[in-house]
Design a binder for this molecule. Structure first.
Ligand code: GAL
Length: 649
């Protein structure tokens, strides 16, 4: 459990570097991430490298005993490179180039850009790969940030055609898979296929789904190119990439197979402001972040990293990029850091060492103010460092008893055909996760092809395309399983299954969806459960089944049912109903549950139980009486946390 910081020596006079490095070390920082946006300084002219400054920066950090995460600078190609290869730019869905002047101005499918990336990666890795202070690598920076996974450039179109030819072998097979006879969309040759943009009305959904799959693989192969070079030139170092929050446009499980560990960039206040949360939630958790936002991603990226993960960028104060950018409550930077460790993080790196007084992010806080005085975030990082030194190491996270199945493809399928405005797979998954966490359950977030052995409860928020192998693995695990609406509603090609939804699931859970409807907010559907009336959200399925209902719609239709501990939901339950559903399946799985006070969350790591308060007022620590606290005590103040020892799992 170590602390780190993101540092940009190229932004500051050399005279400051040695002092920066010694102050970092004194603050208790072990890792420093550098280089990810520095291409124009490393190679100011094509083929002319200036290593002097970076050599000095590396030596200065190393001399202070700091370890370095070296990055490839491929998120910010310099102007000369764009001039040399103007067709390396991505085109947006309207066909406009995504030009120079900020960052991420490249198309993953540009072969010319890939050659340049391989060249700069080779140069940086050859120079620093075996340096004793370089302990880890980050490829690029936040793949997909600023909406850059999907590009509609001629390069992408070419790549897509090759990808389609491999996938379908014959254009007849493609026409069948896409149902291209509809509206006379049939192709005579793969070369006739275009990306699914600039159509008069919506493009064919199977075409769009395949475009998502193609784009996802393009990001993974772009990353793999760099990883292969770094592995060759920098043996024994961990390679990671910094993923984002609430971002689903490529399959992170697939990409991370090439990495040693996952990392992600945690901005709890920015995410609360930018995503779907209600104004009440945005006000209530304004300075703490929603109780489940950071935890959800910690659990996701632990899964993506096959157990190994870092926070590569931790919000240290107000950010610059949300609609509104409040300052965290004093104590929250400390609490977020401990929360990450409680969920199994190996390292938490703060973004950034010092607020930079120029350019796009001048309004983004750092650990230090622009005048080099330690800011609130810096003070709290220092506090954590002192606490960590007393705390010692913790075992990695044990396997949780609950798994939540996270499918990037499911998210694409929903967004291709939401059928209701705002019906977002990611939000449905988040809602189910939050309900589990309100009951004090630890959760692993896993891929659909996971081994489910050992889980007592598996939640599949929705798997529109459900593989028989997933069903077999779930059956083999013996877990209680809950499937959300729209599961089994599509084949691999994106068609409605011949036996109707939920397709292959019917063999095990005999329900058939004979009709669906979507409803505007406020229009229900109403759901009756144990004598109370609740609301479903946006969606209602009509189930043909002889199974007994656990909840019904107001017309008597089945809203929730189960068969031998596999459950099916025919709507998206509002939070209060979801709490009851999750409590019921958890009890069926014999899991200990405890309704936590509003804003309180728990997480266990090894033999230590942590509790966190995200509410703006005091809470009680949900610890047994008389326990000896390692951190905190029986009261959880706002932004407070507590930790105590429990019997080993
Ligand atoms: C991240 C990005 C950083 C910085 C930060 C600001 O998305 O990786 O480079 O821009 O946001 O919060």
């Amino acid at each position: 459990m170590k602390l780190g910081v993101c540092y940009y020596p190229e932004h500051w006079p050399e005279a400051l570097w040695a002092d920066d490095a010694s102050r970092m070390a004194a603050l208790g920082i072990s890792w420093v991430r550098i280089g990810e946006f520095s291409w124009s300084r490393i190679e100011p002219e094509p083929g002319q490298f200036d290593w002097n400054w970076l050599d000095l920066a590396v030596e200065t950090l190393a001399a202070a005993g700091l370890k370095i995460v070296m990055c490839t600078p491929t998120a910010t190609p310099p102007k000369w490179l764009v001039e040399a290869h103007p067709d390396m730019l991505a085109l947006d869905a309207s066909g406009r180039p995504r030009g120079f002047g900020s960052r991420r101005h490249y198309c993953f499918s540009s072969e010319a850009y890939r050659v340049e990336c391989a060249r700069i990666t080779e140069a940086v890795a050859a120079r620093y790969g075996r340096h004793p202070a370089v302990g880890a690598w980050q490829t690029d920076n936040e793949f997909g940030c600023h909406d850059t996974t999907l590009s509609y450039s001629p390069n992408a179109a070419r790549g897509f055609r090759t990808w389609l030819a491999q996938r379908y072998q014959s254009v007849e097979a493609l026409n069948r898979a896409w149902g291209a006879v509809f509206w006379s969309q049939e192709y005579r040759d793969f070369d006739e296929v275009e990306p699914p943009n600039l159509t008069v009305t919506e493009a064919n959904p199977s075409h769009r789904l395949d475009y998502n799959r193609f784009a996802s693989e393009a990001v993974a192969s772009f990353n793999r190119l760099q990883v292969a070079i770094i592995r060759r030139l920098s043996p024994g170092r961990d390679i990671t990439h910094n993923f984002m929050g609430f971002y689903t446009e490529f399959d992170h499980f697939a990409l991370a197979r090439d990495l040693d560990l996952a990392s992600w960039d945690s901005y709890p206040l920015g995410f609360l402001e930018q995503f779907w949360f209600s104004s009440e939630e945005k006000l209530r958790y304004l300075r703490q972040g929603h109780p489940d936002i950071s935890a959800f991603h910690h659990d996701l990226y632990r899964g993506v990293g096959r157990g190994r993960w870092w926070v590569m960028e931790q919000q240290p104060g107000p950010v610059n990029w949300a609609r509104y950018n409040p300052a965290p409550l004093p104590g929250m930077v400390r609490s977020w850091t401990w929360e990450a460790f409680a969920h199994g993080a190996e390292v938490v790196c703060y973004f950034r060492w010092r607020q930079v007084p120029f350019a796009q992010e001048q309004m983004h806080a750092g650990l230090n103010r622009p005048d080099n005085v330690l800011d609130q975030g810096g003070l709290e990082a220092g506090e954590v460092a002192v606490e960590l030194a007393e705390f010692g190491e913790l075992a990695p996270c044990h396997r949780a008893r609950v798994a939540l199945v996270f499918s990037y493809e499911a998210d694409w399928q929903f967004s291709v055909q939401p059928h209701a405005e705002g019906f977002r797979w990611l939000q449905l998954a988040f809602d189910m996760y939050a309900a589990l966490r309100r009951l004090g359950l630890d959760v692993d977030i896993v891929a659909p092809d996971a081994d489910f052995t050992g889980y007592g409860l598996v939640i599949a928020p929705s798997l529109p395309i459900v593989e028989t192998a997933t069903l077999a693995a779930l059956e083999a695990s013996g877990a209680v399983v809950l499937f959300g609406p729209r599961t089994g509603s599509r084949t691999r090609d994106g068609h409605i299954p011949q036996n109707l939804p939920p397709g292959p699931l019917q063999a095990r859970l005999p329900v058939r969806v004979s009709r669906v409807e979507s409803l505007r907010p406020g229009a229900g559907p109403e759901v009756e459960h144990s004598g109370r009336t609740f609301a479903g959200r946006l969606w209602r399925e009509v189930l043909d089944t002889d199974l007994a209902p656990l909840a019904t719609f107001s017309d008597g239709g089945v809203a929730w049912t189960s068969c031998e501990s596999w459950h099916y939901l025919a709507t998206w339950p509002e939070a209060s109903l979801l709490d009851l559903v999750i409590a019921r399946v958890a009890l069926e799985a014999h899991l200990p549950i405890e309704a936590l006070e509003e804003g309180v969350r728990m997480r266990r790591r090894g033999d230590v139980q942590f509790a966190f308060n995200f509410a703006p007022d005091c809470r009680h620590t949900p610890a047994p009486a008389g326990v000896r606290f390692l951190i905190g005590g029986p009261e959880l103040p706002p932004a407070g946390l507590a930790a105590w020892r429990v019997a080993s799992p």
